[in-house]
Ligand binder design. Sequence first.
Ligand code: ADP
Length: 373
Amino acid sequence: MLWLALNCGSSSVKFAVVDATDGARRLAGVQEIPAGEAQAALDAVVAELANNPDLVGELAGIGHRVVHGGERFSESIRIDAEVLAGIEGVSPMAPLHNPLNLMGIQTLQRAFPALPQVAVFDTAFHQSLPPRAYLYAVPHSLYTEHGVRRYGFHGTSHRSVAHQAADRFGLGGKSARIVSAHLGNGCSTAAVLGGRCVETSMGFSPLEGLVMGTRSGDVDPGLHAFLGQRLGLDLAGVTRLLNRESGLLGLSGVSGDMRELEAAEARGDVQAALALEIFCYRLAKNIASQVVPLGGLDALLFTGGIGENSARVRAQVLEWLAPLGFEIDAGANARHGEGTDGRISVLGPPLAAVVATDEELLIAEETARVLGD
Ligand code: ADP
């Protein structure tokens, strides 16, 4: 049976027609979203599918990545009117993402009204965090009355690589201790104990935690008032500065794109080199801190565009993490773990490995599971 997985992000719509039994792709593509033109990108996906009537005829269901499920959705779920209203209900907490995800669902419902659809939430994998990990030290009524807590994101990706590593490295047991580092334009870590997520670096919004392409990650919350006053910005302006003008872009003044930064560093750009060093240092510190919730560490997994492709970032992170027992295999790291099982460290445990994320496969598998195939 075939399943359509739709991954509608803020800059692109990825889609794949997947045979969930063996992960084979029968069709896959990406539509870039030009500013504000998400509907056009979705229509283009529908048109591409319509050009393949044989494949569409074999589809058994459609799975959608949905960024925010709040506390209401701790599992993937079949979409009906009530679920749609629930996704809309948490939209104020993910104003850039959930409306796009809703647009994707509604577009495909119109195009394929007979096919059942499933929502796979990015926050769901983190719903197993204990209260000590998800509560902020603010008045408790902010949690009970307004949902102020840490939700975590990138759950679909963290879950995909943790599952792959469980098979690949024999880490499927109840006590297996894995840290997954998803490093793309957004970056986050997840601490996974026996297959369940127990800690993550992102919080209420995808701004918390690591240094990212254009996002600051953690800063002193006291900055908001100071910057507001100094720069004459309202809170929305400060939030925009921290989301869009900070991170690698803000530090380097060159770019928020890792490839461009590495090229600038190679040309001798001192600010680019400093931005890279801070990115790696903050990431290494965060990974080390995950030893507390996990009680130790068996494997560190690198994934996402940077995690899978930047030997430079992985090397510096593992250097900082030498006190935890990591010793890099420089040759394997330079090959991005290709040709073996992805391992880029020697000795250990802990081991370090590159594991390519496969969100579309996970969405297809979840869709098949929810629809009872
Ligand atoms: P998104 O989070 O939007 O899905 P990706 O996972 O594709 O993004 O990650 C994008 C990041 O990966 C960019 O910073 C890009 O420069 C970086 N990247 C992609 N390929 C390489 C490479 N060969 N070397 C270093 N960085 C890379």
